[in-house]
Design a protein around this ligand. Structure first.
Ligand SMILES: Cc1ncc(COP(=O)(O)O)c(C=O)c1O
Length: 379
């Protein structure tokens, strides 16, 4: 299927120029149908719609699709309900009591908060590398990793600036001192081809509702087998064990592989939706999506470069996110004016910056229309 044809799956695009996937991705009709029909079947059919095998196979199917997305084995994938939940579950399961956690000042709070919380119960320190004009110096990041470092935790692509990190290089540096690399990939998975094993990342978490074009309520995490074997999940429940139908409340023996981190029922429609969405994206080919995004972002950068007063924040190593501000202009007002056009242009305002985040369903003309309207507004 071509990207042009895929646009038919997103009815909003007929009347709206949607450039805000870094906030919420649009969900294709086929994914909506699967998620809704699961919800309706369960609501109206109870146990007739969900027998024991099906309850096992829902997560199994998602682990399978997740392994294709991340280029790993399905045994290395755990299903969660959100990125924040997964990050907390991992942080509390590591059992680290002292040493340093390295992160950056540009992270989404869910990347750093679990560690800030952990600090209250342990002797851990958090070493936050401060951005210079929104960007983190890669050299500084590498230099700060030392013998005291226990974990390097950051986003693959930063939500606020689009800065992207070389994960293989960071994993090397972390492993040299015996530390772990834990990555939040919600702003990368869906348009970046991902190779978690080749890069030797220890944990890679990603969520459903942005670039993966799936409903809210699901995250998946790759957990490297060597790390997984020595972790004791902090959150447990009836799904933690090998035979989830054994119902033995007196004995807790974890199942094997990353699925030992799964512990409960959940919004099953959202899990089925994410599995279908990953399948949909793989059919479009994620490398093609990446090339398409790069083309759109290059056009955007070239056009922005010609507008006086624009301060670009996004560095050259970046994902499908561009942020910038403009001298002496009210950024929030610009966002509102764009949203109020006859054909609304939906962008995001974050930290007094405009954020543009195109996906495969955007056209070159979406970028050029944005530029035209933006120029008119700032004149
Ligand atoms: C980098 C990053 N991590 C995590 C989240 C939120 O994840 P969740 O709502 O699944 O906990 C966001 C949402 O914007 C994000 O940008």
């Amino acid at each position: 299927m071509t990207f042009e044809k895929a646009r038919m799956d997103f009815p909003l695009l007929e009347r709206v120029n949607y450039l805000s996937t870094a906030s919420i991705g649009l969900v294709p009709n086929s994914v909506i149908d699967k998620a809704i029909s699961t919800f309706v079947d369960l609501a109206q059919g109870g146990t007739i719609a969900l027998n024991e095998d099906k309850e096992v196979s829902i997560y199994e199917t998602l682990r399978n699709e997740g392994s294709k997305l991340l280029s790993c084995n399905k045994k290395e994938i755990a299903v969660f309900n959100s990125v924040s939940e997964a990050m907390n579950a991992i942080a509390w399961s590591l059992g680290i009591k002292s040493g340093d956690i390295i992160s950056t000042s540009e992270e989404f709070p869910s990347v750093t908060y679990p560690w800030l919380r952990l600090m209250k119960d342990t002797s851990l320190n958090i070493d936050i590398i401060k951005a210079n004009k929104g960007c983190i110096s890669n050299d500084e990041l590498l230099n700060r990793i030392n013998e005291d470092t226990k974990v390097v935790v950051l986003s693959h692509v930063e939500y606020s600036t689009g800065q992207k990190f070389d994960l293989a290089q960071l994993a090397d540096a972390a492993h040299d001192v015996g530390a772990l690399l834990i990555v939040d990939g919600i702003q990368a998975a869906g348009y970046c081809p991902l190779f978690v094993k080749k890069w030797a990342v220890d944990v890679y978490i990603t969520g459903s509702y942005k670039w993966l074009c799936a409903p809210f309520g699901t995250a998946i995490a790759y957990i490297s087998p060597t790390l997984c074997d020595r972790l004791e999940p902090a959150l447990v429940g009836w799904r933690s064990v090998e035979d989830i139908w054994s119902f033995n409340p007196e004995k807790l023996v974890f199942t094997t592989g990353a699925k030992k981190f799964e512990y409960s029922t959940s919004a099953y429609g959202a899990k089925i939706g994410l599995a279908e969405a990953i399948h949909y994206l793989n059919e479009l080919e994620i490398r093609n999506i990446e090339l398409h995004s790069e083309k759109l972002i290059n056009i955007l950068l070239e056009e922005l470069g010609q507008i006086k007063g624009v301060n670009l924040i996004t560095p050259s190593l970046r994902g499908s996110i561009v942020t910038f501000n403009i001298n002496q202009k009210d950024i929030t007002k610009i966002g509102q004016q764009l949203a109020n056009l006859t054909r609304p242009i939906i962008i995001t305002i974050r930290q007094n910056r405009l954020r543009i985040s195109p996906h495969f369903y955007n056209r070159e003309s979406d970028i050029l229309d944005f530029i035209d309207e933006f120029k008119k507004i700032i004149q």
